[in-house]
Design a protein around this ligand. Structure first.
Ligand code: HEC
Length: 160
């Protein structure tokens, strides 16, 4: 009885799966967009949670590089602390607590160095914009400075 039901469901699925695009002119033999998979490199980056921008891959080392942590703190104090707390409290932008656990390092660095494009094209960045209702300004942070800030975020998240 139960297996009959499963077979019936499966057949139903096959039918709908094959019921494709026959009726839409010009789409014969084409797969729907969602089945093509990522096309460009930036789409691949976005779908892997690395964001979009120059930073394709970041290697993190343990223990933390304390020089970077210190430079990262100085940058934070100067350019970021007006809008970001080190706790999970939202000020203008989200608090940074836990960010290195939930976001890939590439995503974080691209967000910092390529914020306009991120807000235009990265769905996670767009969610934050919906939440905060303010666009993070481009702070002209170099890739090296963004890497220092990332190290500071790791220290803030309790890494040694
Ligand atoms: C004028 C306010 C402002 C300043 C200054 C600012 N940000 Fe932001 N930041 C935001 C807002 C707002 C968001 C959320 C996205 C949006 O709405 O644009 C954000 C988002 C972020 C995120 C993603 C946060 C998350 O939870 O994933 C990172 C990372 C970030 N900012 C880093 C920085 C760094 C690094 C600096 C300093 C160099 C900085 N921000 C300076 C307002 C600011």
């Amino acid at each position: 009885m139960k297996s009959q039901l499963i077979i019936a469901l499966f057949m139903g699925l096959l039918l709908t799966a094959c019921g494709g695009n026959e009726d839409i002119p010009g789409t014969e033999g084409k797969k729907p967009e969602s089945m093509l998979g990522p096309k460009t490199e930036s789409e691949k980056m976005i779908s892997e949670g690395r964001g979009i921008g120059e930073v394709k891959s970041v290697t993190l080392a343990t223990p933390l590089e304390q020089d970077r942590v210190k430079r990262g703190k100085d940058i934070y104090d100067m350019k970021c602390s007006a809008c970001h707390a080190l706790t999970d409290q939202r000020v203008v932008g989200p608090g940074w607590a836990g960010i290195t656990k939930t976001r890939k390092p590439e995503w974080i660095m691209n967000m910092v160095t390529n914020v306009e494009t991120m807000l235009e094209r990265d769905p996670e960045a767009q969610k934050l914009l919906e939440l905060c209702l303010t666009r993070m300004p481009n702070q002209n942070v170099s890739i090296g400075d963004a890497r220092d800030v990332l190290e500071y975020m790791r220290a803030n998240d309790g890494e040694q």
